[in-house]
Ligand binder design. Structure first.
Ligand code: SAM
Length: 282
């Protein structure tokens, strides 16, 4: 039974962090001529209206993208991401926010391809309506974790995967880590981004512990929390574990996060960009 709907949360601080990391990673992958796949295990609907009753009910975007999209003096690392948001919205009103599939579809080249999974029947149909016209895109109404494993290794031998579940079930935390480890065993050179919410710090420690046991080298953790940790009282921040991150990513996020923190939380938030497992030595 799926009750989570991303329309209530589109454009919040967690979306902003995740989508900045996504854009930087996809941008980096285009430095090589060779095509690649973008795999999105939990795709959502692809495009959100910020004047919908869902978005207006929580107004989460007012603590996220609204604080960033029209700011000046933006760090270089954010240019492409913010240009995409501006492309969707005529200033001065912020009315639309893109989901990860829309962002990828607008960053990727003609030769790259997208494989999207969305299990919620209504959101699956909306995703098809929003992006189904694009010949590079295949959309499956299937469990994204199983679907991911079925795609690996990709025929392109290059792929960027975003794993972005709603963590509705407590078992999701363990399931995503075991899927990530299996995915890495099948295709070790791909880039994998696993998003997580900061709700209970202990859960993140458990995820890190499991990743350390996996012996996967060079896992980058990027986390931004506008609020102090406050176990059990909602989401205070979010983060991503990135396996095989582009080598520029850590530096780009280190330089952008103080600015993001200033815009979103008057510099009262906290962030980390750190390798939780040692980088590969060659
Ligand atoms: N990645 C999207 C973005 O950044 O715009 C947001 C995704 S939202 C956090 C999670 C989505 O996963 C929801 O739309 C939900 O319906 C869907 N979902 C939940 N369980 C799923 C599963 N097992 N397989 C695929 N999709 C699932």
């Amino acid at each position: 039974m799926l009750s989570y709907r991303h329309a209530f949360h589109a454009g919040n601080h967690a979306d902003v962090l995740k989508h900045i990391v996504l854009v930087l990673t996809l941008e980096y992958y285009q430095r090589k001529d060779k095509p690649f796949w973008y795999i999105d295990t939990h795709a959502g609907v692809g495009l959100y209206h910020l004047n919908s009753s869902e978005a207006l009910k929580t107004r989460e975007f007012t603590h996220g993208i609204q604080n960033l999209w029209s700011a000046s003096n933006t760090p270089d690392a954010l240019h492409l991401y913010l240009n995409l948001i501006r492309q969707l919205n005529a200033q001065p009103t912020l009315e639309h926010y893109p989901g990860s599939p829309w962002i990828a579809a607008n960053v990727l080249r003609k030769t790259d391809q997208l494989r999207l999974f969305e299990l919620h029947p209504t959101d699956f149909t909306a995703l098809e309506n929003n992006l189904g016209y694009d010949k590079r895109i295949q959309i499956s109404k299937q469990d994204g974790l199983k679907g991911l494993l079925g795609l690996l290794p990709p025929i392109t031998r290059r792929a960027v995967t975003l794993i972005d579940p709603s963590y509705e079930l407590k078992t999701d935390y363990a399931d995503v880590i075991s899927t990530l480890i299996k995915a890495h065993q099948r295709f070790a050179t791909g880039t994998y981004m696993l998003w997580y919410p900061v709700i209970e710090r202990q859960r993140i420690k458990q995820m890190i512990h499991a990743l350390l046991q996996s012996k996967i080298a060079g896992i980058l953790q990027i986390e931004y929390c506008p609020l102090a940790d406050n176990a059990g009282i909602g989401m205070t921040g979010s983060g991503l574990f990135v396996i095989n991150p582009p080598w520029l990513l850590a530096g780009q996020m280190q330089s952008a996060l103080p600015w993001i923190n200033q815009q979103m939380a008057n510099s009262t938030g906290h962030f980390t960009v750190t390798y939780i497992t040692p980088e590969k030595t060659t």
